[in-house]
Write a protein that binds this ligand. Sequence first.
Ligand SMILES: Cc1ncc(COP(=O)(O)O)c(C=O)c1O
Length: 369
Amino acid sequence: MLIDNFKVEDWFNKYEKDAVYDLADTCVESLSINELLRISQADLSVFDRKLNYGDIHGSERLKQGISSLYEDQEPQNITVTHGAIGANQLVMLTLVEPQDKVVSIIPTYQQHYSIPKSLGADVKTLVLKEENRWLPDLDELEKLVAEDTKLICMNNPNNPTGAIIPEEMINKIVNIARKSNAYILCDEVYRGLNHTEEHFGKSIADIYERGISTGSMSKVFSLAGLRLGWICANTDIIKQVNKQREYNTISVGILDDYFASIALENKDIIISRNIEKLLIGKRVLTDWLEKEPLIDCVIPHSGTTAFVRYNLPVKSEELCTKLQHETGVMILPGSTMEYEGYLRIGYGNNFEKLEKGLGIFSDWIRKQI
Ligand SMILES: Cc1ncc(COP(=O)(O)O)c(C=O)c1O
């Protein structure tokens, strides 16, 4: 299967291990196993379990925990996958056939346009604009969605912009999808990290009968190392997905299943921890933005990243390569997400490094002008 290079992942593979100040990361500082055990006060009887395949589609306890993140979903609406990356891929392998029409809203995780393209679909992209505060232009979407469009792919809350599509707008997107009976795949891997009091926005699975939500333990629960995600949709879609899944997953590891289950049972504690960290990180970022005249940004309201615009006569890839080479500060170039003149900064990880790294970045900028 021919497929384009995954630009963001390639960038991480090339630069992450040498970064002194990693400002490209999308996780809130990860939890250790011991921290998770302390938070959940779990006993360790799981270590007596035989390492067989476990529950093939995910344990009932896990699926119960995942369904608790939704308003109106039951364990039978869930199937468990290898991360959200596995979830997104599985949905596309299940639904998309050659010549199918797919509309993908960018910037986003590259899976959402490169996989359907590699499957032979006709992929159109709706390009989000900063002047619209990174929200989709619905007139444009309406023009892009044909009467036989099969799938609309979106990511809400959005990586890299941190924008949240408001519920009324999601309803309008659903109305557009309904006209062509299109599925909506909404990558909700950052859902649960809204910086406002209500951390979870509405899920597409709770709004639209052909809505498919993907999520994972990686960002909201700071447990990317579990490699555990899920698909949540109506039981007919889950049945179709599981048919495909038999060829690609078997099951997730029983330890991953267990650790994810206890994390979900303690979701309020973990999410409060993460929001607290994100708000501190966002403060560091916004203080820096106020002092840095050559960088501007629509302040994110959710998630872990900001998509900042810079005013320097240099391409983003060249800027990031030179910056990291000369200072050790790693930032993601917008070109890896199909945008020139932008950079993605993650602010959920280590604040001392964030503050120091941003300061070094500003000093470096002064030397370029
Ligand atoms: C929007 C989005 N979807 C999916 C993923 C993959 O996440 P996971 O670690 O759950 O596979 C990422 C990771 O950065 C992401 O940003």
